[in-house]
Design a protein around this ligand. Structure first.
Ligand code: NAD
Length: 336
């Protein structure tokens, strides 16, 4: 009887250890916009989450601190303030935390600033990604999910953008670093059989949204009554995708094996003019327009073909722009 109990105890202990090992997910950029929402969802689903973030000042650091303030109260969440460009730090995190799955979202994420400082973008977005892939290879982790971007489609005119499209005319260093990251992921899959999913996100917005992106910037300026810079004639289009839909897509892709590149967008592009009207309606205020020429690095349209995401992971974006912007505004108003 005692022997049987001991055996049962050992089996249970093994199962618990196994579960802990299987479920320790490293989210890089975990204090950022998409990263913090992803951590929250993973914790709600019962995973153990380790987040690494260097809390850089690309935008207000207090917003990143707010993003993690609730998460750090959860015992299943570990926050590491560290830099992914430091290979020793990355290796140490993998070893000490027993990481066996990675959702890699840390990056320098601005398109226009990448033209000003391409070295920084290359260092964080490519060298940082290599550091993580190397650690992933050494630790033989289960899966690597890479946060890529619709910007890799560059000036693609073949709409909607399909994962099989030939990628020509990438128009910013940011876009090139993201494509290079995808290629490096593919290389690690081929060399080491690492399961990888590269997710191409399309203009993500929602609560905790980035202050450098149009939804936040325009809402802030229209509320303040200060002019917004409108680049081009307003016919450029973006496939705005709400954060909860993106997070569903990220979690859904955790079941995939092999190597996949998948668009996560809304499949419903909206023109800049329409977008400004949506914010005017939401805020009840009229925008003051500062007309500007098209900017280098900007693309005329982003428009996701999401049929692959639907087929492989049952991805179905649910939140329409007006509803999503209202949710964003509910978050933005008290914080503004
Ligand atoms: N938001 C979008 O519309 C969008 C669209 C396409 C792709 N993406 C990609 O999704 C990911 C997340 O984007 P986001 O909008 O949440 O941006 P974000 O800037 O809010 O999040 C990125 C996080 O990474 C952290 N970080 C940056 N450099 C780091 C480093 N060297 N070491 C550790 N942490 C570092 C930042 O502090 C930040 O918290 C990025 O890879 C971005 O390129 C975002």
């Amino acid at each position: 009887m005692v022997k049987k109990n001991a055996e049962t105890f050992i089996i249970l202990a093994r199962l618990i250890i196994c579960r802990i090992m299987v479920d320790t997910i490293l989210v890089t950029g975990g204090a950022g916009f998409i990263g913090s929402h992803t951590c929250e969802k993973l914790l709600n689903e019962g995973f153990t989450v380790v987040a690494i973030d260097n809390f850089n000042d690309y935008y207000d650091v207090s917003q990143k601190e707010d993003n993690v303030s609730i998460l750090i109260t959860n015992p299943e969440f570990t926050l590491i303030k560290g830099d992914i460009t430091d290979a020793d730090t990355v290796n140490q995190v993998f070893l000490e935390q027993g990481v066996n799955r990675v959702i890699h979202l840390a990056a320098r994420a601005g398109v226009r600033p990448s033209i000003e400082d391409p070295q920084l973008y290359g260092n964080v977005n490519l060298i940082g990604t290599i550091n993580l892939l190397e650690a992933a290879r050494k630790q033989k982790i289960t899966q690597f999910i890479f946060g890529s971007s619709s910007s890799v489609y560059g000036e693609n005119t073949n709409v909607p953008f399909n994962e099989e499209d030939t990628l020509r005319n990438l128009v910013s260093p940011y876009a090139v670093t993201k494509r290079a990251g995808e290629l490096m992921c593919k290389c690690y899959h081929s060399l080491y059989d690492l399961d990888v999913v590269c997710l191409r996100f399309f203009t993500v917005y929602g609560p905790s949204g980035r202050p450098d992106m149009a939804p936040f910037m325009f809402t802030k300026k229209i509320m303040e009554g200060t002019p917004i810079n409108k680049f081009g004639d307003g016919t450029t289009q973006r496939d705005y995708t709400f954060i909860s839909d993106i997070v569903e897509g990220i979690i859904g892709s955790m079941k995939l094996k092999g190597f996949e590149i998948i668009n996560l967008g809304n499949n419903n592009p909206v023109s800049l003019n329409e977008f400004i009207k949506t914010i005017e309606k939401m805020t009840g205020k009229q925008a003051i327009i500062n007309q500007m020429p098209m900017q280098p690095g900007d693309v005329p349209i982003t428009y996701a073909d999401i049929s692959k995401a639907k087929k492989l992971i049952g991805y179905e974006p649910k939140i329409k722009l007006e509803e999503g912007m209202k949710k964003f505004f509910d978050w933005f108003r008290p914080s503004s």
